[in-house]
Ligand binder design. Structure first.
Ligand SMILES: Nc1ncnc2c1ncn2[C@@H]1O[C@H](COP(=O)(O)OP(=O)(O)OP(=O)(O)O)[C@@H](O)[C@H]1O
Length: 324
């Protein structure tokens, strides 16, 4: 295993501050502690080459976990082994092997071109000139930013800047890359570019842990989904299993030549009567298999139009969040 997390716990301890003057004075003598357990015994195994979609509602403990895995934060207890390193113990050596991209935080320098920041990283990571050149040329070509990297960062569009953030994170050829909301604020085309870049890097063997609230990122990229809620893992499996989480449900839109009636049919629920002849249905295929449903529809109605979809992933994730 490339990443191994065992019974990871993190409790933050803070002190309650009084709101009144008297409370403030009193707190100088006796401070009331507040404990928040952000991560409550997390186990996680990630193999080389996986792209993990790491999801959870606000306050679930995602950032806390990522901070521990990148070595920024010490856990309260538990073990983490990433490529043989314990991140918070051997941070200097460890960071040579990892990269990170934060959608909301820049690693570039505002007033200078990204190219200067790339050279700064070359010095920090002590990269050989030849390797640095080769990697830089490859990344610049892949992301199509030959002109962009020469302009001051403050003049770049968000999409251009994000591409440069990726170059910054990948120059030292890390094996594991942590992505935190890497497509936040990007338009569809820039998102696609970022997605295909991540996929290309993944084909070359890079493992990604992707934290995002954007389910488009997850659907496009993740080979496995890990969901945490209130500091505990509530789901860890493939996208296929996730899609079947609420049972084998399908959403059927159907337009018939005359008004259709669905009352009393086992496994069929009307979600929306779009118009007299158009209906949106939820089909429970455990109770009424798709082939039987289609046969029944053909016997009863003349179908003008029909579409059959899986449940929207948003709905499934919402149910998983509620699980805890
Ligand atoms: N430095 C801190 N001191 C005290 N409590 C903290 C601290 N950092 C985080 N917490 C608390 O720990 C819990 C988990 O927070 P965390 O930031 O890890 O969640 P998250 O899943 O990343 O949320 P979001 O999606 O909103 O970024 C929250 O209840 C939060 O208030």
């Amino acid at each position: 295993m490339l990443i191994q997390v065992r019974d990871l716990k993190k409790t933050y301890v803070s002190y309650e501050r009084g709101s009144s003057f008297i409370d403030t004075i009193a707190s100088l003598f006796k401070r009331k502690t507040i404990e928040v357990t952000a991560v409550k015994g997390l186990d996680l195994d990630i193999a080389k080459g996986e792209i993990i979609g790491f999801l959870g509602p606000n306050g679930a403990g995602k950032s806390t976990t990522i901070k521990i895995l990148t070595g920024i934060l010490h856990p309260s207890s538990g073990e983490v082994q990433i490529m043989g390193y314990t991140p918070w113990k051997e941070r200097k050596k460890y960071v040579m092997n990892i990269g990170a991209v934060f959608g909301q935080k820049s690693q570039l320098l505002w007033d200078t071109p990204p190219l200067d920041a790339f050279h700064m990283n070359k010095a920090i990571y002590d990269l050989e000139e030849k390797q640095f050149r080769e990697t830089l040329d490859e990344l610049v070509e892949l992301l199509d930013v030959a002109e962009v990297v020469r302009k001051p960062t403050r003049q770049l569009s968000l999409g251009e800047r994000m591409k440069c953030e990726f170059i910054m994170a990948m120059l030292h050829r890390p094996s594991v890359v942590f992505l935190d909301e890497p497509t936040i604020g990007l338009d569809m085309i820039s998102k696609e570019k970022v997605h295909s870049f991540i996929q290309e890097m993944n084909r070359k063997g890079v493992t990604f842990l992707l934290t995002t609230h954007d389910l488009g990122d997850i659907e496009e990229l993740a080979s496995r989904i890990v969901v945490i809620s209130h500091g505990e893992k509530v789901f860890d499996d493939s996208m296929t299993v996730l899609r079947n989480f609420l049972g084998a449900k399908k959403i059927v839109y159907i337009r018939t030549d005359f008004p259709s009636h669905w009352k009393g049919i086992n496994g069929v629920k009307v979600l929306k009567q779009v118009s007299a002849n158009e209906t949106e249905l939820e089909l429970e295929t455990d109770q009424l298999p798709l082939k039987d449903f289609i046969r029944m529809v053909n016997e009863r109605f003349t179908v003008i139009d029909m579409s059959i979809d899986t449940l929207p992933i948003e709905q499934i994730i919402k149910e998983i969040y509620k699980k805890k």
